[in-house]
Design a protein around this ligand. Structure first.
Ligand SMILES: Cc1ncc(COP(=O)(O)O)c(C=O)c1O
Length: 480
């Protein structure tokens, strides 16, 4: 109740601030960060800096490392007021697996937004905060996916022209969807760096406002509205677990949650393949971190945002880094147990719990953010298989059996008796020393780890040569 009242009061203030915002004034008059947070809402003058090889790069004036901007709680309430009715208030139910995980677990299901991710909150707020002149001219951004979808969709709904530059690696489906939302979509650049350079140049030439997908202050403030909703839905949680890419999401949520419930711990999660926030913390500031292929492509940002870092750092209690295979298991568990389809970034929070990184929260009230559901169907299939394999429920073995009539039949009959389901089977003769044997390669499904062990022991009783493949990347400290 108290939180509801606070938010209502803040909303009134936010209403007044919103008026100021639309008149082009500061969004934040309330605390020491007021100077920092002054946002011009039309294209400001840009400056360039030299990067390696003498190349000139245009600096985004809203994300200037020399002058990082921190958002405040009032920025988040301004955003909540403006975007209300334009984005979904997503559910945050108690997980049916709370007992399994030993904690009172809640899932904030923001993948249920229309375009499949939380990114709509920040995108809509940034668009609504533009000056009337800028609304006519339009905005531009570079993005691989979720931010582009959100910006294009809300630009279309608000009749604000949107241009997105998507690198050539962007999934075709996402490019097509952005086009369906009537945006100007330019597919250019080998990576995000090249796409962004082009977008920045176009922003200057065409007077379009560049909106960084994780570091623009309005984007962070919009994402912070998730924090307000969480506290209304789950009062005083012990911890909120948030996936981290460029840092805007956690910066916004931490700003909201710590203002209303200071004891709630804010825990960030990154994939081992792109731990750029953890690297920034070691380095005392954002630094380029090499990123590798990851299931959590939404988190694959080489350098966290300067504003996001400055805002989030004092508010975050802990960062954890998870192995990729746990993300695959999390995706599998969320489908099987919660009936939720999430992308890798969306599963990272549960992955941290499954990996045992948050065991100190056992018995506590924990909210995990499921922030995105835009996963390619083929990647989804592979994740499920990897998850099953990582849990020891999908196993692969080679066995040499007699090549006399009935040899392979006997093997299959044994598998049937054990209740094991064959997914794939092939046999090979040419390379074997014994002319009367055949090597059979089997991929099969079992109930669980113990069932796989039973299978192995049973086969060893009957066949001299049985070899089980390792569990991929061995996230579970057991071997078959
Ligand atoms: C689904 C999903 N989750 C999490 C993130 C991370 O958000 P941020 O870059 O603001 O840290 C992203 C970013 O694109 C995302 O798409």
């Amino acid at each position: 109740m108290l939180i509801r009242r606070n938010i209502a009061k803040m909303s009134q203030e936010a209403k007044e601030q919103t008026q100021n915002v639309q008149n082009g004034a500061s969004v934040n008059k309330s605390n020491g960060t007021a100077e920092n947070c002054k946002l011009e809402l039309i294209v400001p003058n840009t400056r360039t800096r030299h990067v390696s090889g003498g190349v000139e790069e245009i600096v985004d004036p809203f994300c200037d490392s020399k002058n990082p901007k921190r958002i405040s709680f009032h920025d988040v309430t301004s955003a909540a007021f403006l975007i209300k009715g334009g984005v979904e208030r997503t559910p945050c139910p108690r997980s049916t697996s709370s007992e399994t995980y030993g904690m009172e677990l809640y899932f904030k299901k923001d993948f249920l937004q229309y375009t499949g991710s939380f990114k709509e909150r920040g995108a809509r707020y940034a668009l609504l905060s533009l000056s009337e002149e800028q609304k006519r001219k339009g905005v531009i951004s570079a993005s691989l996916g979720n931010h582009a979808l959100a910006l294009c969709y809300h630009g279309w709904k608000l009749s604000i022209p949107v241009t997105v530059v998507m690198p050539k690696a962007a999934p075709i489906m996402k490019v097509q969807k952005c086009r369906n939302y009537k945006a100007r979509v330019i597919v250019e650049g080998q990576d995000m760096g090249e796409a962004k350079s082009l977008a920045m140049r176009m922003s200057r030439e065409e007077q379009l406002l560049y909106i960084n997908g994780y570091d623009h202050p309005h984007i962070m403030a919009g994402q912070g509205t998730i924090g307000l909703e969480i506290l209304e839905q789950v009062p005083e949680p012990d911890a909120v677990v948030v996936p981290v890419g460029g840092g805007g999401l956690i910066a916004g949520i931490a700003t909201a949650v710590k203002a209303l419930s200071p004891k709630t711990k804010i825990i960030g999660v990154e994939s081992e393949k792109c731990a750029s926030f953890s690297r920034a913390m070691e380095n005392n500031g954002p630094i380029s971190t090499p990123i590798k292929n990851t299931l959590a492509d939404g988190l694959a940002v080489p350098k966290v945002g300067v504003n996001a870092y400055a805002t989030a750092l004092p508010l975050i209690d802990r960062m954890v880094v998870v192995k990729e295979e746990w993300i695959a298991v999390a995706i599998l568990r969320l489908v099987e147990e919660e009936k939720c389809v999430v992308e890798g970034a969306g599963g990272a929070g549960l992955a941290a719990i499954l990996a045992g990184h948050l065991d100190d929260l056992k018995g506590k009230k924990v909210v995990v953010l499921l922030c995105g559901g835009n996963i390619d169907t083929t990647v989804f299939g592979r994740c499920l298989e990897r998850g099953l394999a990582a849990e020891g429920r999908l196993v692969k073995f080679n066995v040499e059996v007699s090549d006399r009539p009935g040899g392979i039949n006997d093997l299959c009959a044994r598998l049937v008796r054990l209740g094991v389901s064959i997914k794939d089977i092939m046999h090979e003769r040419a390379w074997l020393r014994d002319i009367y044997t055949v090597e059979v390669k089997v991929i099969c499904e079992t109930r669980d780890w113990e069932h796989s062990l039973e299978l192995k022991n049973e086969l060893k009783k009957y066949y001299a040569k049985v070899e089980f493949s390792d569990v991929p990347l061995a996230i579970i400290e057991k071997t078959l």
